[in-house]
Design a protein around this ligand. Structure first.
Ligand code: BES
Ligand code: MN
Ligand code: ZN
Length: 496
C-alpha cells in the first residue's frame, strides 16, 4: 500500500483525524501547533514536558490518547531537538521518525503539523515536499518475495495530511512524483537477481511506457548489439544464461528540436565478479549492482509524473556478470563500440565495460544536451565517502555545481572527486588503448577516468553510488538514491 498525501490548512486542535502530529523542541519550547494543542488541552503538553514524560530529544515520540479539548483521537508529540541548531537534515529525521511511530499505531490516517516547523533557508513548498518524501520513504515495505499475508487485523496508515498553505501544493505534487520514482527504483533494486534479470528490467521499462503519451520504450537484444558492435558490453554478459539488453526510455516533454538530457544507469543484475570471482562473504549484496539502472529509471518515472517540459532519454545497459566456460577473461582485449580497444585486467571491473558502450551509443544516437551516468561502480568510492555521499565526477564545473546543489536541496548529497588528467596514466596498457583497472590508488577516480575516455566531446558527469544505493546489513534495503538528486536537477533545468 502506498501512502496518499494531501494538503490542508486547519487548526490542530479541531482537526478530525485519528492522530495529530506536532513538534516540541528541547527545553520545553513548543512549536506554534503544539502551543495551540496545549492551549486547547489546558496545558497538558506543557505539564507532560515538565514531568519528563514528553522529551524534546530529536526524533523521540510520545502518543497521547484522547486528550480532552482536542478533537483528534490521538496526539503524537515529536521531539525536534535544540531549536537553535534545527536544520534541514533534522527536519527530514523527525519526519521519518514520526512516520515510523504512526506506523506502530492502529490507525489509517493522520495529520501532521511538522511541515510548518521553520527550517532556515527553506520555504513551505520545500517543507511539504521533504516531509512527504520522508514519510513515503519510512512507510515503504518490501513484500514482493514473502508469502502473501492475510488481511491485516489492524488498520494501516494509508493517508497523511500535511499542514501547509496552498502555495505549498507544488511541493506536494513534486513529492508525489518523486516518491513514485523512488518506489520504482527501490522495488526494482530489492528484487532478487533470479527475478530481476536484464529481461525483467526491460519488461518493467516497457510496462511503464505502455499507454503513456510522449513516452516510448525500445530494447536492443544481444543479437542487435552484436551487429552494432557493442564488443565491451557483450563480453561482460557472455558468461550468463541471462542475455544482455540495452533498455531505452524516451520522454518528449520538451520542444521537438530541443536536445534531450540523457541518463545512463549501470544495470548489472548480479555481479559475481566473473572469472575474477568475488569472495563469498557479502556477495549477495551484488544483486544491488543494478542500483544505477534503478536510479535513472526512477528519475525518469519522476520526470514523466511531473510532466517536466524537457526531452529526456534513459539508457540502461543490463547484464549479469557470471563465471562460465564462455566468460570473458583477464587479458582479453575487447573492441568497444567507440573503436577503442580495452585490455581486461579484472573481470570484476565490469561496470565501466558496459557503461562505455552505453555512453558511446547514447551520445551517437541522441546527441544529448548533457549525459549523467549513475553506477554502483567502485568499492573504493565507499572507502572514500562511506554511505552518506555519492561520488560525483565531472570535467564540467558548471554541471558539477548544478548536481551538488540538487543533492543539497533534496538531502541526497554528492561530493566531488577530481578527474584530473594526472590520473589517466594509471589506465595505460601495453596491449590495448586502455586497461579496465587503474591499480590500488584512487579507484573511484580511475573508474571515472576510464569513462571519461568515452565521453570526451560530451557534457557529462558520473555519479558513483556504490555507497549510497542501499543500506548495509542483512536486511539492508535499496535507498532509491539518486532519484531525488536527479529529479531535482531535471526540475531545475526547466526553470531556465
Ligand atoms: N559492483 C562493484 C563495485 C561495488 C563493490 C559496489 C562493493 C558496492 C560495493 C564493481 O563492479 C566492482 O567489483 N568493482 C571493483 C573494481 C576493481 C576490480 C578495480 C571493486 O571496487 O573492487
Ligand atoms: Mn564488479
Ligand atoms: Zn559491479
Amino acid at each position: 500500500m502506498t501512502l496518499q498525501f494531501s494538503l490542508a490548512s486547519t487548526a490542530p486542535e479541531t482537526a478530525d483525524t485519528a492522530c495529530v502530529v506536532i513538534g516540541v523542541y528541547e527545553q520545553g519550547v513548543l512549536t506554534s501547533a503544539a502551543a495551540r494543542v496545549d492551549g486547547a488541552a489546558e496545558g497538558l503538553i506543557k505539564r507532560q514536558v515538565e514531568s519528563g514524560d514528553i522529551s524534546g530529544k530529536a526524533g523521540s515520540t510520545s502518543v497521547l490518547f484522547a486528550p480532552a479539548g482536542v478533537k483528534a483521537k490521538r496526539v503524537l508529540v515529536v521531539g525536534l531537538g535544540a531549536q537553535k541548531s534545527f536544520d534541514a537534515a533534522r527536519f527530514q529525521k523527525i519526519c521519518i521518525e514520526s512516520t515510523r511511530a504512526l506506523g506502530r499505531l492502529p490507525i489509517a490516517d493522520a495529520m501532521s503539523w511538522l511541515s510548518e516547523v521553520d527550517v532556515p533557508g527553506h520555504d513551505s513548498a520545500w517543507r511539504v515536499r521533504t516531509a512527504a518524501l520522508a514519510a513515503d520513504h519510512a512507510a515503504y515495505r518490501y513484500t514482493a518475495t514473502f508469502k502473501p499475508r492475510d488481511k491485516p487485523a489492524q488498520p494501516e496508515l494509508a493517508t497523511m495530511t500535511l499542514a501547509g498553505a496552498p502555495e505549498a501544493q507544488i511541493g506536494l505534487d513534486q513529492a508525489t512524483a518523486i516518491a513514485a520514482g523512488v518506489r520504482f527504483a527501490r522495488e526494482l533494486a530489492n528484487l532478487p537477481p533470479n527475478i530481476c534479470n536484464p529481461a525483467y528490467i526491460a519488461e518493467q521499462a516497457a510496462t511503464f511506457a505502455e499507454g503513456r503519451e510522449r513516452v516510448s520504450c525500445s530494447v536492443l537484444d544481444h543479437v542487435e548489439m552484436e551487429k552494432l558492435g557493442f564488443g565491451s558490453l557483450l563480453a561482460v554478459g557472455r558468461g550468463s544464461a541471462n542475455k544482455p539488453r540495452l533498455v531505452v526510455l524516451n520522454y518528449r516533454g520538451g520542444k521537438d528540436g530541443d536536445k534531450p538530457y540523457a541518463l545512463v544507469g549501470k544495470g548489472v543484475t548480479f555481479d559475481s565478479g566473473g572469472i575474477s570471482l568475488k569472495p563469498g562473504a557479502g556477495m549477495e549484496e551484488m544483486k544491488f549492482d543494478m542500483g544505477g539502472a534503478a536510479g535513472v529509471l526512477g528519475a525518469f518515472v519522476a520526470a514523466v509524473e511531473m510532466n517536466l517540459s524537457l526531452n529526456l532519454v534513459c539508457v540502461v545497459p543490463a547484464v549479469e556478470n557470471m563465471p562460465d566456460g564462455d566468460s570473458y577473461r583477464p587479458s582479453d582485449v575487447l573492441t568497444s563500440l567507440s573503436g577503442l580497444t580495452i585490455e581486461v585486467l579484472n573481470t570484476d571491473a565490469e561496470g565501466r565495460l558496459i557503461l562505455c558502450d552505453a555512453l558511446t551509443w547514447t551520445a551517437r544516437t541522441f546527441e544529448p544536451h548533457t549525459i549523467i551516468d549513475a553506477a554502483t561502480l567502485t568499492g573504493a568510492c565507499v572507502v572514500a565517502l562511506g554511505k552518506h555521499a555519492t561520488g560525483l565526477m565531472s570535467k564540467h564545473d558548471d554541471l558539477a555545481t548544478e548536481l551538488l546543489e540538487a543533492g543539497e536541496q533534496t538531502l541526497d548529497r554528492a561530493w566531488r572527486l577530481p578527474l584530473w588528467d594526472d590520473y589517466q596514466t594509471q589506465l595505460d596498457s601495453g596491449f590495448a588503448d586502455v586497461a579496465n583497472i587503474g591499480g590500488k590508488m584512487a579507484g573511484a577516480i580511475t573508474a571515472g577516468c576510464f569513462l571519461s575516455r568515452f565521453t570526451e566531446d560530451q557534457r557529462w558527469a558520473h555519479l558513483d553510488i556504490a555507497g549510497t544505493a542501499w543500506d548495509e546489513g542483512r536486511k539492508g534495503l535499496a535507498t532509491g538514491r539518486p532519484v531525488a538528486l536527479l529529479a531535482q536537477w531535471l526540475i531545475d533545468r526547466c526553470e531556465k
